[in-house]
Design a protein around this ligand. Sequence first.
Ligand code: PLP
Length: 378
Amino acid sequence: MNFKKIEDLEKKYYAGVFSRLPVAVDHGKGVYLYDVKGKRYLDFFAGIAVNVLGHCHPKVTKTIAKQAGMLVHTSNWLYTKPQLELAKLLTKITKQDRVFFTNDGTEAVEAAIKLVRSTTGKKEIIAMKNAFHGRTLGSLSLTWDEKFRKPFEPLVPGVKFVEYNNVKKLESAITGNTAAVILEPIQGEAGVIIPDVGYLKKVREMTEREGVLLVLDEVQTGLGRTGKLFAYEHEDVKPDILCLGKALGNGFPIGAALYNGMDFKTVEHGGTFVGNPLACAVSKTVVETVINENLPKKSAKLGLYLLKELKEGLGLRARGRGLMMGIEVKDGKKTVLDLIERSVLTIHTKNTVRILPPLIIEKKHADLFLERIGSLRV
Ligand SMILES: *Cc1c(COP(=O)(O)O)cnc(C)c1O
C-alpha cells in the first residue's frame, strides 16, 4: 500500500482528531523506524517518550511472546502473579506503599483525582498553567490549554490554575478546601518547560507544611527520561501520589498511580483490563531492563553532550534535562518536516522542537542527529 492510499483511508474512515506527520510506519528496530517504502528514519521522539528501549527490544518481544502464550487476561476477580510482581518492583523503586495499575497516563491521573478526594474529603485541586495531564474529563480538567478544554465544559469543578515555577503564588492559592497540588516535574507537552532548581523541593516542603497532598505527574518524565529514574530524584523529594505511564510498557499500554499513607476502599475504583498479566509482565521486563542497563545514567550523560553541542556547537537555543529536550526554532512545524526530509523524526509544540529519543541511543546517533539538524537553517 502506498502512502497516498494510506492517507486516503485515514481521511475516510478514521476519527479526525490527529494531525499526522507524513510518514507511514511499517516496522521498527532499535532507534530506527522504517516506512512502507523501506526508508529508514532515526526516531528522536520515541512515540512521545514511550519507547525508552527503542523498537522491538529483544527482551520485550520475548516477554510479550512468552506471556501471550501463557495468560493474557483474567479480570481483577482473580489473582495473577505478573500483576503482583510488578506491584512489588514499582513500589520498591519508588518507595511508595501501594500501586493501582491503569491502561495509560490519563487513567493514572484519574485514579489520583479520585484518591485525593476520597482521602481528604476535599474538592479543590490546584494545577499549573501550561500543564498537560490527559484528555479524559477528570484529567482534562487539570489540563491548562483552552483548546483541549473549552468544547467540553462544564468539567470537574474545583480546579485552580496557578503559575508554574512560582511557590509563592502556589502557596497563596491554597485554602482550607484544597485537597492536592498536581504538577509535572518538567512540563512536557507545553514544550519542555523546566522549573528552577529547588522549585520542586520548595513545593514539597510547603505542601507538607500546609497539609496538602502532592501529586507528581511523571507520565512523561519517569523511567530515566530526565537522567534519573524519576525526575523527583533530582531534588530528593517524595510525592504522596506518583502517576506513571508512557515509558512504563515501552509501547505496551500500561500506567500506574503509586501512593503512600492512604488507600482506596473496596470498589472505590477498578477497571476490567487494569493490571492485566500481559501488560504487567511486559512492564516488569521494561523497568528491569532500564535499571539493569543503567539507562538513567546514560540518558544524563548523552543528554549533557547533546545539549552542549546543540548550544555551543550549533548555536541553537536549546534546553533540557537528560534526553528530554526542547529546541527553540523560527517555525516548529517546518523544522519537523525538514528533519523528516533528512530522515529524522521529532515532534513540536508551537516553535519548540521536542527531542525524546529512546534511552538506548549511542553517541553516534546523537552525532547523526546533530549533523542533520545542523544542516538546516532553523
Ligand atoms: C502523555 C501525558 C499524559 C496522558 O497520558 P496518555 O497515556 O496519553 O493518556 C498525562 N500526563 C503527562 C505529563 C503526559 O505527558
